[in-house]
Design a protein around this ligand. Sequence first.
Ligand code: F0G
Length: 466
Amino acid sequence: MIHKTIIEPFKIKSVEPIDMSTEKERKQFLQNAHYNTFLLQSDHVIIDFLTDSGTSAMSANQWAGIMNGDESYAGSKSWQKMEAAVKELTGHEFILPTHQGRAAERIIYGYLGGEDKTFISNTHFDTTRANIEFSGAEAIDIPIPESSDTSLIHPFKGNMDTDKLSQIIIDKGAKNIGAVILTVTNNSGGGQPVSMANTKAIHDICKEHDIIFLLDCCRVAENAYFIKHREPGYENKSYKEIAQEMFSLTDGSAMSSKKDALVNMGGFLSLRDPELAKECTNLLIITEGFATYGGLSGRDMEALAIGLEEVFDADYLEYRIKSTAYLGNKLHEMGIPVMMPIGGHAVYIDAKKLYSHIPVNEYPGQALACELYVKAGIRTVEIGSVMFGKYDEKGELIPAPMELVRMAIPRRVYTQSHIEYVIETFDEILKTKNDVKGIKILEEPEFLRHFTAKFAPVDVNEKVEL
Ligand code: F0G
């Protein structure tokens, strides 16, 4: 018999209680958090979809690995295990452990960046862009045009526009390109996958112009799932073989292992070029730690090596991708405008469409994130003009291309009944949508403003205590 219910392919051995709260309490909690979901306390959250990063449940095997962690300063057994696992996956010769993705980014983009350099990506994640811009370089996003039409069905909406890539290289001059960075899956572009054909085309262009090609590979296993099921010629390859092929086309990678390595903390940089690896290792030692632990404990490296194996398990990936799609497709059927097709790690809601009465300079995405929290204790994040908006010389908002709200699903954490609770909440979101007001920014930092900015509803006139 073929079952239509995809069950979680694990049993629960250890549980963590959720603190329940009322709508009235949550209104207060949200006000205390200045209407910024990053400033909420986690014990005031019922379903935490803020991020899939570092929020995975580790397996019994990984917890056993934690006890086996070798905490030697240099050359620990756990490092050897992690290095071997990363080398086997990436095929890259030089592996640098870091405490998380952005530490790897700071090292590589700090080194390759600087004034007059340009980096090109399908979409730079916010920390990637921040590290590049912090070095004085510019970061250009060139996703394929189809990527910004949220309702359009395309198998690989995360692809990079290779015509534009060639053009930018010619315009800027190849020697001024710091690197080309392919983000898989394309997180900020809706969690959409990138095809192998696109990766090959980028590889060829970079080779022709002698430009470094790097993979931002946080969700490379999820991307491999889509390739196997959507790209002709990959049906009979294993998920890991697909990922290995993708890495084989690149000169290096940066990974936040808090995603597809199923750990709570960890990351790495992998490189082919010995000179580049030497320079980056020097920076690693100055800022992260010695070359055989970076910013990690032995036990972290142990869990990371095990997680990197587990994530390619076919039953796990089937459950992971299908359960994300279950939530997204249900919302789509209800008439909630979601980014289609559903991506790997998250469901993205098009808040500009849902709240068409709220102008972009009143941040419809932030308004929806606040609504979801007040109605049901669901914590999400705005991925729109709060995260990526800029100001022109007159101080007017230059909006982001899309106003999305991301519901990122932690790996192996929530069950189907949690997901049903979320789906139910959207009935109410639909019913009350016309009453929802926009949001204004009261205070913001210069970089990565979404983390700490303070907001208020537009109709709140009295000065909010800061
Ligand atoms: N690259 C991508 C594509 C990411 O999604 C992230 C993190 C990073 C790099 C940075 O890694 O957090 O370990 O320093 N994304 C998280 C998210 C924060 O919620 O999507 P990090």
